[in-house]
Design a binder for this molecule. Sequence first.
Ligand code: FAD
Ligand code: UDP
Length: 366
Amino acid sequence: MKYDVVIVGSGLYGATWAYLAARANMRCLVLERRSHIGGNVYTEEIESIHVHRYGAHIFHTNDKEVWNFIQQFGEFNHYINSPLAYYKGKIYNLPFNMNTFYQMWGVVRPEEAKAIIEAQRKDHYVEYPSNLEEQAINLVGVDIYEKLIKGYTEKQWGRPCTELPPDIIKRLPVRFIYDNNYFDSRYQGIPVDGYTAIIKKMLQGTDVLLNTDFLSDPEYWKRHASLVVYAGPIDAYFNYEFGPLEYRSLCFETEILDIPNYQGNAVVNYTDRDVPYTRIIEHKHFVFGKQPKTVITREYSQPWEIGKEPYYPVGDQKNVSLYQKYLTKAREETSVVFGGRLGEYRYYDMDQVIRRAMDTFYSVVK
Ligand code: FAD
Ligand code: UDP
């Protein structure tokens, strides 16, 4: 066999594995179905601006080892994610914090904001929320739920908030201080040369085949190494034997504008149901760009079906149970490691994917 490991997918999961394996003198082959490396963190240059082709990617973590790890491959700036929400002609700060409460109700002190939220949730309070609507109203009351959560969430996930798991909304902090930092993470930033440059460095010394689908002939590729690391969708690996898992897909519409500044912020969420897209990204603002033109991307959420790109696993009970069936099968495949957002069917952020790859690598390659 020419290789020690065949890695399926050149996203952060595969690239972390490839880097660690190469450093341990293992010979690796990376197979990538797309025409470029990087998975969903891929950035491409348009008008000298790093464009996040698959949606805004802000690196943030509390994991110091992961932060030190990623920084070996490129410099990160001091960008702090502070998205805005646009609802019927008005702008609100995110995540939900004293600025949002001031914009929503004109209150200036935390006690005033807490009193309004308390009054609004009194009639709806549920001790153990079983869906996203109950969870959201418990957290921030009815006004914010109606204006900033309901429409956005239903566009994003394509179903009513009453049919979505409460956990999704727990990703968003609620703060009674004036602080627009979207993440509660100690370390945060954007790579100044784009994510593709980072992945390229991680894959240095590794053979990479683009436009190559492992699943078109898995037995052939398995003959190339005794170990396969698979970061594609787990249900696809097993040919959807128990039926497909559910995902949300996305569609991106990118436009070059002959003006230097379109929306004054990198991310603006459109929380009104009537606006068809969920957000507009203005890429230059991630790195404080001064180019004469600007590039914006409208992001639309779409239903997923076989053949479309799966972006978000839908982590409700039905799908988690289905995933368990695939996981049982996966455990029988002793020479294959399933990992990453699709391989583990988990709504992982970038830092979690790197952490998972590191931990799995060290447990498999002793
Ligand atoms: P992927 O990046 O999906 O890589 C998997 C790769 O495998 C892909 O390149 C795919 O083409 C390839 N592949 C699949 N099947 C096959 C096959 N059969 N043969 C060959 N190749 C195959 N995280 C953050 O931390 N911060 C953010 O701000 C953030 N924003 C996000 C915004 C959006 C819109 C999305 C969708 C995700 C966001 N994330 C963010 C999450 C982040 O994208 C993921 O955590 C990370 O990219 C997952 O890496 P991965 O390697 O597991 O998967
Ligand atoms: N969300 C919302 N309004 C917003 C932003 C987010 O209701 O303006 C909700 C929505 O349900 C979303 C969840 O919070 O799915 C998590 O948001 P996040 O920004 O973390 O989603 P991602 O970046 O993963 O798309």
